[in-house]
Design a protein around this ligand. Structure first.
Ligand code: NAD
Length: 332
């Protein structure tokens, strides 16, 4: 049997991974802890590890994993900003991810955030619970005919573009690799600056890389239309959170919908309802009426979790038995 240590595991990870772990040589051990310098010792005695979005595998962690004889690392997510891939490749790790599990899940969540903000669902929900049926303060705006800027037109950007085309939005996009499918939907590729200047709503779907870290900052926020809406379901580090608070307070930014936050690893996926949140920027953002935050749940649909579990079990089986894995799943 191949022993696999699963980090950051929740009840649903266990249920879905075990559901698809049938007739394989894999034996999962589930740890609630995040993978970090402090917890890496838990990986001793295993053949592989399985990690998620807020686990961190830097050089220190990878050195330890190598010393423990770990050969395979499976990311049960699409993003890979939380692992030093070059270092992992140089040290002979086999690294896989789930490149596409349900772009529609994240795209639908993205549009959900847009609609929540444009029609103030979050405020209406609370009012009705208190028998307040007044409409004052609930006036919204149509998405129809608004210009939406999509930054990153890979799987999720494309799925979001398809949905918004149905709403009658005008789609403008920026991506260094232009997609024919996106063009066929009638969307227009423009420069990033032009996208910032023309969009009523901007939605981020590019990966977090050194070159995209704080893509949204004090300068780029100034390029945007006053009162624009910004949505981020990609990775928190794309946005400079301090700059975003300033832009919201000065009314330069009109609406913010985020499913990800740059310091989310100390907050998200945990029940902290009895704790004091020690992050003033997050608390300020959460206090604003024109900000909607969800806790990295864009991926969290039955369909997506099933695909993640099935793909992860398949990739681990292939790599641990020294077979060739399709390139689309391999990071190195
Ligand atoms: P993808 O690889 O299919 O697409 C990413 C696109 O971004 C590519 O077309 C790429 O060319 C483009 N890109 C690269 N650099 C860019 C830049 N500087 N500016 C603009 N575009 C650039 O990835 P995907 O499956 O569409 O996922 C997008 C992101 O969504 C992932 O990186 C991940 O961080 C995030 N994600 C979030 C959730 C969630 O639950 N909220 C779930 C899955 C993925």
């Amino acid at each position: 049997m191949f022993k696999v240590a699963v980090f950051s595991s929740k009840k649903y990870d266990k249920a879905f991974l075990e559901k698809y772990n049938v007739d394989t040589d894999l034996e999962f051990t589930f740890f609630e802890s995040k993978l970090s310098r402090e917890t890496v010792d838990l990986a001793q005695g295993f053949d592989a590890i399985c990690m998620f979005v807020n686990d961190h595998a830097d050089k220190f962690v990878l050195d330890h994993l190598k010393d423990f004889g770990i050969k395979v690392i499976a990311l049960r997510c699409a993003g890979f900003n939380n692992i030093d891939i070059d270092y992992a490749a140089r040290h002979g790790f086999k690294l896989c991810r789930v490149p596409e599990y349900s772009p529609e899940a994240v795209a639908e969540h993205t549009v959900g955030l847009m609609l929540t903000l444009s029609r103030k669902f979050h405020k209406a929900y609370n009012r009705i619970r208190e028998d307040n049926f007044a409409l004052d303060g609930l006036m919204g705006f149509n998405l129809h005919q608004k210009t939406v800027g999509i930054v990153g037109t890979g799987n999720i950007g494309l799925a979001t573009t398809k949905i918004l085309t149905g709403f009658g939005c005008k789609l403008i996009c920026y991506d260094p690799n232009e997609s024919e499918q996106v063009k066929q939907l009638g969307a227009e590729y423009v420069s990033l600056d032009e996208l910032f200047r023309r969009s009523d709503i901007i939605s981020l779907h590019c990966p977090l890389l050194n070159s995209t870290h704080h893509l949204i900052n004090e300068d780029t926020l100034q390029l945007m239309k006053k009162g624009a809406m910004l949505i981020n379901t990609s990775r928190g580090g794309l946005i400079d959170s301090v700059a975003i608070v300033k832009a919201l307070l000065s009314r330069q930014l009109g609406y913010l919908g985020i499913d990800v936050y740059e310091l989310e690893s100390s907050l998200f996926f945990e029940d902290l309802s009895g704790e004091i949140i020690d992050d003033d920027v997050f608390v300020r953002l959460a206090s604003l009426p024109n900000v909607v935050i969800t806790g990295h749940q864009g991926f969290f649909t039955e369909e997506a979790i099933s695909t993640i579990a099935k793909t992860t079990v398949g990739s681990l089986t292939t790599l641990l038995s020294n077979q060739q894995l399709d390139n689309e799943f391999l990071l190195c």
